[in-house]
Design a protein. Structure first.
Length: 290
């Protein structure tokens, strides 16, 4: 086995930071929600700010002249917007920890959807991981009463949409400049959010304290995490990347408990353990590229 070089070690630490920032994004979202910002207003300001920042770094690519990139950005932007809309709306009706763990579990849906779309039967570990994930989702939802809460269901739908987004990017967007593609995605998501605000007919702006959460989402969970993830993945295997990113839910739960005062329940601990186990089981697939 080759010794790990400095870039590999830095990539590991950077991707851990990315997972940590993403985990903090759930609490930032909750802060915006608590201060009167609606789902679409959060997405409008988050993506508008992120689009401007991404464009500054990608402007040299003249991405607006690349029709294939614009089409890919349109499709991925609509998918990403839908995933975010379901997730944020669901988080209004469930806990930060539930939203984080159910969203992170979307990695489990990727091979299942790929099977349905591309007819490639997944490794047997996928079915075990999927069963564990569903069991965990039920436990998380039943934390206070025996009922599957609408918030958890909406977040799970968002996780499925995220999985479709991941598959599309993996199969159709490999040749595009990541920052240029991100810039188009952010603009599309901002446009979709604007339409959502018109249809939803709710106040566009909430209290100022909520805007700090949106700034965090735009800068840290958005542009910085995207750039960090792209760089780190160049120096890590797919297994390493998946394992580290899957800890996003754990970081989100810890941050929610420490900064937001969420209560740790037995169901949360068991559900989180099962979801983490499901994501780790996916990594033993011998067909994965190392």
């Amino acid at each position: 086995m080759k010794p790990k070089n400095n870039l590999h070690i830095w990539a590991i630490f950077l991707l851990i930071a990315v997972a940590l920032f993403w985990g903090g994004g759930y609490t930032a979202t909750q802060i915006a929600i608590d201060n009167g910002w609606s789902t679409y207003s959060i997405l409008l300001f988050k993506n508008s700010i992120a689009a401007i920042i991404a464009t500054v770094f990608a402007i040299k690519t003249r991405f607006w002249k690349d029709k294939k990139l614009l089409l890919s950005g349109l499709i991925t932007g609509v998918l990403f917007f839908a995933g975010y809309a379901f997730q944020i709306t669901g988080q209004i009706y469930t806990s930060i920890s539930n939203a984080a763990f159910i969203t992170t579990s979307g990695l489990v849906f990727v091979p299942i959807i790929a099977w349905l779309v591309y007819h490639k039967k997944p490794h047997w570990t996928v079915f075990i991981a999927f069963a564990l994930e569903i069991t965990a989702a039920v436990l998380l939802s039943f934390a206070t009463e025996v009922a599957f809460h609408i918030g958890d269901l909406l977040v799970m739908i968002g996780a499925v949409v995220y999985s479709i987004h991941i598959l599309y990017v993996s199969n159709k967007c490999k040749d595009h400049n990541p920052l240029a593609l991100a810039a188009v995605q952010f603009f599309v998501m901002a446009a979709c959010s604007g339409i959502g605000i018109i249809v939803d007919n709710k106040p566009v702006i909430g209290e100022i304290n909520g805007f700090y959460g949106i700034l965090y989402l735009a800068i840290f969970s958005g542009v910085i995490c995207l750039a960090g993830q792209v760089w780190a993945q160049k120096h890590l295997s797919s297994n390493e990347t998946s394992i580290i990113i899957s800890q996003e839910g754990l970081f989100a739960s810890i941050i929610a408990v420490v900064l937001y005062g969420e209560v740790i329940t037995t169901n949360l601990v068991i559900g989180a353990t099962l979801m983490t186990a499901a994501l780790l089981i996916l990594q033993i697939n011998p067909k994965k590229n190392e």
